[in-house]
Design a protein around this ligand. Sequence first.
Ligand code: PLP
Length: 395
Amino acid sequence: MTISEAMERESHYLMPTYKRFPVVLESGKGATAADVEGQTYIDFGAGIGVNALGYCDEGWVRAVAEQAGKLQHISNLYYSPIQIELAEALVNQTGMSRVFLCNSGAEANECAIKAARKYSFDKYGEGRSTILTLQNSFHGRTVTTLAATGQDIFHQYFSPFTEGFDYIPANDAGALLERIGSGVCAVLLECIQGEGGVCPLDGDYLRFVAQTCKKHDVLLLIDEVQTGMSRTGTLLACEQFGVKPDVVTLAKGLAGGLPIGACLCTDALKDTLSAGMHGSTFGGNPVSCAAALYVLGRVSKPDFLKEVREKGAYLKEKLLSLPHIKEVRGMGLMLGAVLDEGFAAGEIAAKCVENGLLVLTAKTLLRFLPPLTITKEEIDRGVAVLQTILTREDS
Ligand SMILES: *Cc1c(COP(=O)(O)O)cnc(C)c1O
């Protein structure tokens, strides 16, 4: 399928919900993808932070193929050994108490929202159901997670949205204190706002949120859909901020490229959602679970985490040495580059793609979420493409 064929046929059959780059990808290995014409691309996006182990990691392929050849789906009416193994590993590695498995980040957050409201209902009755989220946050595309998302641009067209969300500015302790009183059951936030422009929360603020929540018996729900699974150099980003959430959600990198989501909770919430209160036909799919179990085994190893931190520091330093990059934000291999005034991230990203580098944007920033297994040599090659583009902008 040529590029023009792909564009033409896609436009006839798919809803036009995506603005795509003019590239038809067909295969990949490690952090390198190849298109139908044989051109290769260094991948600084990994999907959108999904292919944690890159393309076609051998062990990952084996784990997936083995499970697909054994049993692909059984519904949640029966017990699944691989699902139980993944749940045990996730609970042990995160220090949480129970997990609900679903299929995406938005679904994981839906579960967190339901669990928080039910917990409060059980303890305090009706009327204590508001969830505070941060302005500039992103929590998903369902009608409820759009409502949870604290950016006005997402609150159009689809009303009525789910009630019971209120937005407070990030890093503003006073605003939290003003709003937290009666009616609030939870605070939902990202440690580093990804879609919002790679904005890490201030550590003191996040610890203050955690303390204040505890004082008011308000649950702290941390959305680690993007930051989790070792992306920032620790299994969960919140470890580096020194906070322990009551509920944490995972998705993107969890199964290394297969659909999955997870909502983990502490002991206090372990029985909050009981039989019949929540579910998912595909949730905890055996093939996705086998993939996730394999990914978790790899990315939670101390040496692997150390390498993520080192490669993150290496990429950050290289980016800072390029022309027209003013600032680099983020942690580990979740980085965002602020460009000089007058530089449009979307245009730079398009030129990078033309020249063999897949790169993401977030708001006005270039965004980097490479596979966690990327090598320094692949980082060098990707940065060289970006350097050429940014240098060319001078002439
Ligand atoms: C991507 C993302 C989501 C939504 O995940 P989907 O799998 O697309 O539903 C939610 N929260 C955060 C922080 C994300 O980055």
